[in-house]
Design a protein around this ligand. Structure first.
Ligand code: 26V
Length: 807
């Protein structure tokens, strides 16, 4: 990439503004400046993009395709500048021209093409693949409406559509010439050829055009630019008919086609809209496989038998797992392979990552839906199932009684996780504990069948976005202390361990955290009107709102503290600001009640002068990637309090650790690996362990009601929910009360409450010893290198994909 000087950039910005907007730079709006810089950066990127493609064409390395229904890429201007090595110059150029760089960057609208961790992980992986120079690309859907925009009205979540394409998106390039046609529905005809083999043809299908929009994925200062290809659905031909009624029918039809890439599904598992979701999945899968095969055929000119040497497809959860039968269909119906050969190729191409063990999130599709949407795929899935079940019957008689659980089709439903396991050569979990649970509990019988398939790849996050970009001052302090090598080799952060007793360094670390907290406090004030004490502990829980993540436990602790302070206004506690960010799936009633509860507690606590501002509660609206970038650098305490066994990994835990927050958490997901690195002294662990959770489920020995009867603090809180909170007797949370006691507290909130409160007291004590706290914070940063997604990608590359860096 061309090296830009500050002067050159200043000139380029002035010239582009004049050319594009016919304005002098003094009159340009920040938004216009945002577009101008995006264009300048895009041009710089384009050259490397073409060169990277040329290189792939010449050297023909094995390619990785990361198939995902979600990519939460966040803002791209600042991260592209950073990765191109232009950020410092651009900041200076903007300052020279009288603009605030962060103000300009904030004009970018986050593309919300994902729900949470799974989508953000995909984006971190793309960043790491490009930065490590792996030939790896993302394939997803260009939803016209992304994750809804969240507003609180009277404390309740309301959802507004996120039409993120209202203004042109400067990072995408439409590639009409690479559009492909996808067939839905129709009838399948079967013929017997002379040689006895079968031929399948389709008629009366509904055809849709998949048009790719490419977004560059820029590697960190290495001139590699990979591609994130997002498919958009369009009608195949827009030739208008002559007859009036046909014309309108066609328009209606076109409209329903565009709905295919219309919106992102929220992660709830309601019945509604299942059909459209299946169509979206097939749309992604069919378009992507067409492109992958086209690329293979033009570069390799070899039989598809050799394809697994040149192509690996990672499927992000089961969402794209129709790729397996679709690939079989292409190999058999279009390429003329027999079943065995086709199956051999297929099962050497696909690798599947599992991201959750929650049974309600495991996808199951009704047979009749799959039959009507993709009839030929249904026939193939049926045969996969037949052959697989027969294989167990004959080769594994010990598992005969397990066939109903292992089958791909059971109870008139297709079990997508089973399909994904059967059709892949690798199945991985996303943290050690999660993989162990898959092997020994949830997928135990599959593990027995295919022990070599199962492996662990603990998640990671890109330290470029989450530290270098989001927390530049901390990044600079680290570089001043241990030199810049950690940027390319994040494990080198452990050199910081030499400084855990170094007073001057700890002081600087404390100052930076303080500045970040002031910045967040200003933002909170601007966004919500709430004044928070920047000397208080910033206690942060940011993640999707879900029962298993237990935001309810957190707010119970707040209510408990509030009750204590009301009883004893002189109670000595370190002031705390409880910060929440979370979206609830629109149809997830209980989660929405929890949002209302947190907002209600906030309005009570924040407006009660008698507690002298010792605690404040802030629920920031519309949590997304760019808001996370503001909150994380300012966090003191990271809440990772899921019911043990339920959080597959978590990645927010890694982001906050990397920014010097201490974790309060259960032994769940990647928390365990964090604990093993930083040591018990530098993390606050509490609560049931996953084995205990399983035991309690199995034995039925748990009684939420007993705890309610015996713990006064809990009784008080629950009764307040039932009868109305102090000063808010009109608002009740009876549903939460009845749910906890009526469903016997399925996520053990009451059970873990006592040790949570106790552990929070330890946090309070620890925070009082400023230097000790800071050295714990430094130890967390020092060990965070392991959680760079560079390490994770390295492990995928050698352990699953068998791909090499291009240089
Ligand atoms: C579920 C569903 C169900 C059907 C409708 C569409 C949909 C979309 C998303 C989801 C949730 C996917 C699960 C997920 O996000 N898992 C998170 O993955 C993170 C990355 O591996 C991991 O760190 C989190 O622990 C895990 O909850």
């Amino acid at each position: 990439m061309t090296k830009w000087t500050v002067e050159q950039l200043v000139d380029a910005i002035i010239q582009h503004t004049e050319k594009e907007y016919n304005k002098s730079i003094e009159d340009a709006t920040p938004e216009e400046v945002y577009y101008v810089i995006s264009q300048i950066v895009s041009r710089t990127i384009n050259k490397s993009w073409q060169q990277t493609e040329k290189m792939y064409h010449q050297h023909k390395p094995k390619q990785v395709y990361y198939l995902s229904m979600e990519f939460l890429i966040g803002g791209l201007l600042e991260s592209n500048l950073l990765n191109c090595g232009m950020r410092d110059q651009c900041n200076q150029a903007l300052t020279r021209l009288g603009f605030s760089p962060s103000d300009i960057y904030s004009h970018e609208h986050d593309p919300g093409l994902g729900n949470g961790g799974l989508g953000r992980l995909a984006a971190c992986f793309l960043d790491s693949m490009a930065s490590l120079a792996y030939p790896g690309h993302g394939l997803g859907i260009r939803y016209r409406y992304g994750m809804f925009e969240q507003r609180f009205i009277n404390g309740y979540q309301t959802e507004l559509p996120d039409y993120w394409l209202k203004n042109p998106y400067p990072w995408e390039t439409k590639k009409s010439e690479e559009a492909v046609e996808i067939q839905f529905g129709g009838n399948v005809n079967m013929f017997k050829r002379r040689d006895g083999s079968l031929e399948f043809t389709y008629e009366n299908t509904d055809n849709v055009l998949a048009v790719p929009y490419d977004v560059p994925v820029v590697g960190y200062k290495n001139k590699v630019v990979n591609t994130l290809r997002l498919w958009s659905a369009e009608p195949v031909n827009t030739v208008t008919q002559t007859k009036n009624d046909d014309y309108y029918r066609e328009l209606e039809n076109n409209h329903s086609i565009e709905q295919l890439s219309g919106f992102l599904y929220p992660d709830d598992s309601t019945e509604e809209g299942k059909k459209l979701r299946i169509k979206q999945q097939y749309f992604l899968v069919a378009a992507s496989l067409k492109q992958i095969l086209k690329h293979y055929k033009t570069t390799e000119r070899k039989s598809l038998i050799h394809l697994p040497k040149k192509v690996v497809i990672q499927i992000n959860d089961t969402h794209p797992s129709l790729a397996i039968p679709e690939f079989m269909r292409i190999l058999m119906d279009e390429e003329g392979f027999g079943w065995e050969k086709a199956w051999d190729i297929t099962t050497n191409v696909f690798a599947y990552t599992n991201h959750t063990i929650l049974s309600e999130a495991l996808e199951k599709w009704p047979i009749d839906m799959i039959q009507s949407i993709v009839p030929r795929l249904y026939m193939i899935i049926d045969e996969i199932n037949e052959r697989f079940c027969q294989g167990i019957w004959f080769d594994h008689p010990e598992l005969r009684d397990k066939i109903p659980k292992l089958a791909v089709i059971a109870d008139d439903q297709i079990h997508m996780a089973n399909l994904a396991i059967v059709g892949s050569f690798s199945v991985n979990g996303v943290a050690k504990l999660h993989t162990d649970i898959l092997k020994n509990q949830e997928m135990k019988d599959f593990y027995h069948l295919f022990p070599d398939r199962f492996n662990n790849k603990t998640n990671g996050i890109t330290h470029r976005r989450w530290l270098l970009m989001a927390n530049p001052k901390l990044a600079d302090l680290i570089t001043d202390t241990i030199g810049p090598k950690w940027i390319k080799h994040p494990r080198e952060l452990t050199h910081l361990l030499r400084y855990v007793e170094d007073r001057p360094l700890l002081e600087k670390l404390g100052q930076i955290k303080q500045e970040n907290k002031q910045k967040l406090a200003n933002y909170i004030h601007k966004a919500t009107g709430i004044l928070v004490d920047d000397q208080s502990i910033f206690d942060v829980q940011i993640k999707r709102l879900h029962e298993y993540k237990r935001q309810l436990l957190n707010i119970f602790h707040v209510i408990y503290l509030y009750n204590e302070l009301k009883d004893n206004p002189h109670l000595e506690i370190v002031p705390r600001t409880f910060i929440f960010g979370a979206k609830a799936a629109p149809s997830y009633y209980f989660a929405k009640e929890v949002i209302k509860l947190i907002n209600t507690v906030a309005s009570i606590v924040n407006h009660d002068p008698s507690i002298k501002g010792k605690i404040k509660v802030v629920f920031l609206e519309n949590y997304n990637v760019s808001l996370a970038e503001k909150i994380i650098p300012a966090a003191d305490l990271s809440e990772q309090i899921s019911t043990a066994s339920k959080e597959a990994s978590g990645t927010g835990n890694m982001k906050m650790m990397m920014n010097g927050a201490l974790t309060i958490g259960t032994l769940d997901g990647a928390n365990i690996e964090i604990k093993n690195l930083v040591g018990d002294q530098n993390i606050f662990i509490f609560g049931l362990r996953s084995e205990q959770v399983y035991e309690l489920y199995d034995s039925g020995a748990y009684s939420a009601n007993d705890i309610y009867q015996n713990d006064e603090r809990i009784a008080q809180i629950l009764n307040q929910l039932r009868d109305g909170l102090v000063g808010h007797h009109d608002i009740e949370f009876k549903d939460i009360y009845y749910h906890l006691l009526g469903s016997n507290d399925p996520y053990f909130i009451l059970k873990d409450f006592d040790c949570y409160v106790e552990t929070q007291q330890l946090v309070d004590q620890a925070y009082r010893y400023n230097n000790k706290w800071l050295s714990k914070s430094l130890i967390n940063i020092a060990h965070a290198g392991k959680f760079s997604s560079d390490r994770t990608i390295q492990e995928y590359a050698t352990g699953i994909w068998n791909v090499k860096e291009i240089f």
